[in-house]
Ligand binder design. Sequence first.
Ligand code: FES
Length: 104
Amino acid sequence: MALIQVGNQLIPCNEGDNLRQVLLDNKVPLYNGPAKVINCMGLGTCGTCAVEVRGPVSERSLPEKLRTALLKDRRLACQVQVLGDITVVKHEGMWGLGERVVDI
Ligand code: FES
């Protein structure tokens, strides 16, 4: 069992669960703006599911390494397995790469 903190929500999940799937299953608005309808559905190619993650998660997959090479503090939620209690923060912009944090 692991807990994901998103804003003031605490979402339980199993260790090894996919972060994107857990967030979407719990109605967390992971995508900003047009990315809500234009995204790669978890293939790791569009980059629009990028979030800041604090806590134990899986290593970066190859698609994620290629997509986030310049974004050391962001992870692609669709490529992340939750390995323990974590905190997730979403930033502004289509790709979630802005500095300002958005409420999700
Ligand atoms: S949903 Fe496209 S990279 Fe994650």
